[in-house]
Design a protein around this ligand. Structure first.
Ligand SMILES: [Zn+2]
Length: 103
């Protein structure tokens, strides 16, 4: 679905039909992560990661860390392959999956 920031994101969900005003982010969040608000979508790296990695086994966990003194929030993404485990670089995706496709 298209986020308030205008990018495709599989974790974003909204429903404004029949007077409903539902907008939410369904990504798993680390404990202590700031709660979601539509503003976050502007700086969130998740749509880029999804577009870049192209892995269907990608499983992401997001932490949005508030910082003091009006500094911009920091976004930390942990990526897992549901088949092979931790992924070092979310933008590259799972190297073992890439190898499977190529073999
Ligand atoms: Zn994999």
């Amino acid at each position: 679905m298209r986020t308030p920031a205008g990018r495709e994101c599989s974790y974003y969900y909204e429903d404004f039909n029949r007077g409903a005003e539902i907008a939410r982010c369904r990504i798993r969040r680390s404990s202590g992560s700031a709660t979601w608000g539509p503003r976050q979508c502007r700086r969130c790296p998740v749509p880029q990661i999804e577009a870049a990695s192209g892995s269907s086994r990608l499983d992401l966990t997001l932490a949005v860390r508030r910082r003091p003194l009006g500094l911009a929030e920091r976004f930390e993404v942990e990526a897992w392959c549901t088949e092979h485990g931790p992924i070092a670089d979310p933008y590259v995706g799972c190297l073992e999956c890439v190898a499977e496709v190529r073999s």
